[in-house]
Design a protein around this ligand. Structure first.
Ligand SMILES: [Zn+2]
Ligand SMILES: [Zn+2]
Length: 282
């Protein structure tokens, strides 16, 4: 038996449906009662279970997928953006045999200690890891790698025996050469699949930026050149370039088309369109 990877949350920073949003995807999601919650990933191996990121939906994700804090052997935080980090507060209140080991880069762990310092006495050990220095946690060998997110953000290469799961939830292209080398030939690449078209991103950014009239502002922030995430076609190209045996998209915005349309256009044997609760055997 190999690894089991569960997509706990496949959504963007707002989640889908976004409260108050009347876009087609949010309306359909509300009607069907399906959600894209904020990003989270569970990797279960022979010797342990690793949680990647603790977003604001962690509590609901635990309830939906029938696990609790006691089931995690270690946690890796990719970065300190709200949608990946704010659920660390959930680590309070359930005693394990020892403290829960929570790993991350120096920027992320500094902020975690600031914000969640009250957990350190009883519940959590925060541990800083340097990029490209492998560590052992939850029975895996984990190599943190640099991504390209315009914010200190870590990707992961998670190994158990011959198997390798790579995580690049928040990034744009290009990836550093050293990261590409770590990711090469992944059995599963969990990859940023933010939007299908620039039109999706335009809708997504409307509430924050208003109607962007001039092309220069739009291009600077939201085109392939400016966006700090990946369009589906880029995610697919990255997976092909890395010769990943399988890839699965995550971090999809509410203004992208509904899941069934994305799946129709992008799902193949090798490229899966992620959804909450999706389990992939590696
Ligand atoms: Zn919406
Ligand atoms: Zn994110």
């Amino acid at each position: 038996m190999g690894l089991i990877v569960t997509i706990l949350g496949s959504g963007c920073t707002y989640g889908t449906p976004k409260p108050g949003c009347g876009c087609r995807t949010c309306r359909e999601a509300a009607k069907k009662g399906v959600q894209r919650t904020r990003f989270g990933l569970l990797v279960q191996g022979k010797k342990g279970t690793l949680l990647v990121d603790a977003g604001p939906d962690l509590r609901q994700q635990m309830l939906d997928n029938h696990f609790s804090m006691r089931d995690f052997d270690a946690v890796y935080l990719t970065h300190a953006h709200y949608d990946h980090f704010s659920g660390v507060g959930e680590f309070r209140g359930l005693k394990k045999a020892g403290k829960l080991q929570v790993y991350g880069g120096s920027h992320c762990i500094r902020l975690a200690k600031e914000q969640f310092g009250h957990l350190r006495r009883e519940f959590v050990d925060f541990k800083t890891v340097k990029p490209y220095e492998p560590l052992r946690a939850a029975g895996f060998e984990i190599t943190p790698v640099r991504l390209n997110h315009n914010y200190p953000c870590t990707g992961l290469a998670i190994r158990e025996g011959e198997k390798k799961v790579c995580v690049a939830s928040d990034t744009r292209l290009p990836l550093p050469a050293r990261t590409m080398a770590e990711f090469e030939g992944a059995d599963l690449l969990v990859v940023d699949g933010f939007a299908e078209t620039s039109g999706d991103v335009r809708k997504f950014s409307f509430d924050v930026w208003g109607k962007i009239e001039d092309k220069a502002t739009f291009d600077a922030h939201f085109s392939v050149k400016g966006l700090h995430h990946l369009f589906f076609r880029q995610a697919e190209a990255l997976a092909r370039g890395l010769r990943a045996k399988k890839a699965v998209s995550v971090h999809t915005i509410h203004s992208a088309p509904p899941h069934c349309e994305l799946a129709k256009r992008h799902e193949t044997k090798k490229f899966l369109v992620g959804f909450d609760g999706r389990k992939i055997r590696v």
